[in-house]
Design a protein around this ligand. Structure first.
Ligand code: PEP
Ligand code: MN
Length: 342
């Protein structure tokens, strides 16, 4: 439930509504807006005496959020959320940042070279997994803490913000120490204890859509993070499993406008995992920007043929450079721009 105050409501009116919400056993969450304040009501709001609240001074209307998720809903917050990853790197506004890098951090040479190459091409954040959720327990599992240290080194060398995955609570604490943004992978989208944990860390979280998750499931997972008081949630479309084996996953481009209508949270597109095939990444990245994605996450490797994971979907640096140039043109056509690096 959301109590929308009238534009001329006084601070005392707002306090009064908050007191009444507390009196009824719920938690008020005042959200000052540019024109008016809205007050969210946290908890199972089926039992609220909303007609009394509606009659209080300064109350314009009481809105019952019909969706199963609350704080993630557009009804809850009209203005789009902008998550600031680092100074000048905002996701959810007019600017569209490009986050790029290898699937995994492999060696110091590899990650430093990748960081320089993607920065040169126009990326503003570096991706790279230190903790890797691999389908096989015998496949390369990532360098762990050492990988995080190498990412921090790459940040010192290039100034790029770091986005990297955490697979469990302990890993999330470590990632929070080293990175600007904690990635929750597709396989963990419904790991609710991990979601609650990153909700308490307060750092920006990039939440990837599970491979068999509906958009409703994705938004409910985001709600777990928001419910812990962390508003910095970035959603990510990375494709879903279907019967068709022509591509690794079915990249759901429609999810971008669907999510943007249902939620105020930003959504970035990952055409690398979305397609699994290098030659499909460029067209789908272009399409994602045209569809209104708030950011692009793309795998780029200095030598994709030697990559320890996801080489087949990793762009060569020269391909990535060309892609970013094309994205600039596409963004301009819809009155947006690709975030420039300093
Ligand atoms: C990744 O980003 O390398 C990754 C493992 O992604 P996903 O969770 O989408 O499979
Ligand atoms: Mn990958």
């Amino acid at each position: 439930m959301l109590v929308v105050m009238s534009p001329n409501a006084s601070a005392a009116d707002i306090d009064r509504v908050c007191e009444e919400i507390t009196r009824q056993g719920f938690k008020p969450l005042p959200m000052p807006g540019e024109v008016r304040t809205a007050i969210g009501l946290l908890g199972d709001d089926a039992k609220v005496d909303w007609s009394y609240i509606e009659g209080l001074p300064g109350v314009a209307s009481v809105l019952i959020v019909q969706k199963p998720y609350r704080q993630a809903a557009r009804e809850w917050k009209q203005e789009s959320t902008v998550v600031e990853l680092a100074p000048g790197v905002r996701i959810g506004g007019r600017e569209v940042p490009v986050i790029a890098g290898p699937c995994s951090v492999e060696t110091e040479e590899q990650i430093l070279l990748a960081a320089r190459q993607v920065r040169e091409a126009g990326a503003v954040a570096l991706r790279g997994g230190a903790f890797k959720p691999r389908s096989s327990p015998y496949a390369f599992q990532g360098l762990g803490k050492q990988g995080l240290e190498l990412l921090a080194l790459a940040r010192r060398e290039t100034g790029l913000a770091i986005v990297t995955e955490a697979m469990d609570e302990r890993g999330a604490d470590l990632v929070a120490e080293y990175a600007e943004c904690i990635q929750i992978g597709a396989r963990n989208m419904q790991n609710y204890s991990l979601l609650r944990h990153v909700g308490r860390l307060g750092k920006p979280v990039l939440l990837k859509r599970g491979m068999a998750a509906t958009i409703n499931d994705l938004l409910l997972s985001a709600e777990y993070i928001l419910a812990e008081g962390n508003p910095n949630v970035i959603l990510c479309e990375r494709g879903v499993r279907t019967f068709d084996s022509a591509t690794r996953n079915l990249f759901d481009l429609t999810a971008i406008p669907v999510v943007q209508k249902l939620s105020h949270l930003p959504i970035v597109a990952d055409p690398s995992h979305g397609t699994g095939l290098r030659d499909k990444v460029t067209p789908m990245a272009r399409a994602a920007v045209a569809a209104g994605a708030d950011g692009i996450l793309v795998e780029v490797h200095p030598t994709p043929d030697k990559a320890l994971s996801d080489g087949a979907q990793s762009l060569y640096p020269a391909q990535f450079q060309e892609l970013v140039q094309q994205l600039r043109t596409i963004a301009a056509a819809i009155d947006r721009s690709i975030t420039a690096n300093a």
